[in-house]
Design a binder for this molecule. Structure first.
Ligand code: BJW
Ligand code: ZN
Length: 241
């Protein structure tokens, strides 16, 4: 395979960097077989994620929302991390100050071994009680309907950040600090339309970082990115090391 021309430039930046932050989106897991949100496979029974991933949708029809999550849990349970997830674990071990911010809820980064990590939109293998707010790991596939809290009998919901909900303040603070203090920001496999993650590239660049994007189908955004590489995450990311 002929490597894209930008790879040596990113390699050189990474080789000289003490602080590196990485932001990932659904595109990195697409190479493990997990469908992206805004791609052709992003629909479930004709519903878009925007219609199901809201507190209002859950209040209206918790069974429908849980059925969607059960479908995704079944699918994700069969998937494993790919070469891009593994390469980021290696990068974490090489770089003095490293932080990985993922929008993905599939748990494939921790499964690969990433530890310096914020899962800013939550994790599909955790549930939270709508009454007592206790968070628990739950790997049942499928989860029995409707799942109730063992402590208080309240309705359980996915421990995921839906549209209109705030991110965990500690995760957000940690991520903003990593974005505004890094020398290199790598943005891998995200459409960059969902906030606050969509603002991270501009924030890093304002703070003087070199910002590089890896995307199968990159959108033109030269104002906020120094370098774009068009390609599959599982091929490009390992080649950066
Ligand atoms: C490949 C590839 C391969 C394919 N290799 N690449 C400011 C302005 C406007 C609106 C807002 C704003 N601030 C907040 C909002 C509201 C809202 C928002 O951003 N709306 C926008 C859509 C306009 N944000 C929020 O509500 C957030 N909360 C918040 O900010 O609280 C405070 C607040 C609230 C309200 C108003 C103001 C402030 C919370 C957002 C949580 C989103 N969560 C979701 C759903 C989770 C459900 C679940 O997973 O179960 O998280 S949305 C969905 O999109 C999911 C993803 O993490 C997220 C990002 O998607 P991602 O990863 O980019 O995927 P895709 O599919 O879009 O893109 C894949 C990319 O990969 C593509 O580019 C492909 O080309 C590429 N690709 N294969 C490399 N092999
Ligand atoms: Zn409870």
């Amino acid at each position: 395979m002929q490597l894209p021309a930008g790879i040596p430039k990113i390699r050189a930046r990474l080789a000289g960097a003490r602080a590196v932050t990485v932001l990932t989106g659904a595109g990195i897991s697409a190479d493990s077989g997990v469908p992206t949100f805004r791609g052709a496979e992003g629909l479930w029974r004709d519903h878009r994620a925007e219609e199901l991933a809201t507190p209002e949708a859950f209040a209206r029809n918790p069974r429908l929302v849980w059925e969607w999550y059960n479908w995704r849990r079944e699918l994700i349970a069969t998937k494993i991390p790919n070469a891009a997830h593994h390469a980021l674990v290696e990068l974490e071990q090489r770089i003095e100050r490293f932080w990985l911010i993922t929008q993905n809820v599939d748990g494939l980064h921790p499964a690969a071994g990433s530890r310096k990590l914020s899962e800013i939109h939550g994790n599909i293998w955790k549930v939270r009680c709508t009454q007592c707010r206790q968070v628990q790991e739950n790997r049942a596939v499928p989860i029995p309907m409707l799942p109730l809290c063992p402590a208080c009998d309240g309705l359980l919901r996915p421990h995921i950040v839906w549209f209109g909900e705030s991110l965990d303040p500690d995760d957000l603070d940690r991520s903003m600090a990593a974005v505004s203090s890094c020398e290199v920001l790598l943005i891998i496999g995200t459409s960059g339309v969902v906030y606050p993650a969509a603002s991270f590239a501009a924030l890093a660049r304002q703070a003087g970082a070199f910002v590089a994007e890896i995307n199968l189908d990159p959108a033109p955004n030269p104002q906020i990115v120094d370098l774009t590489i068009g390609g599959r995450a599982a091929e490009v990311v390992p080649a950066l090391l």
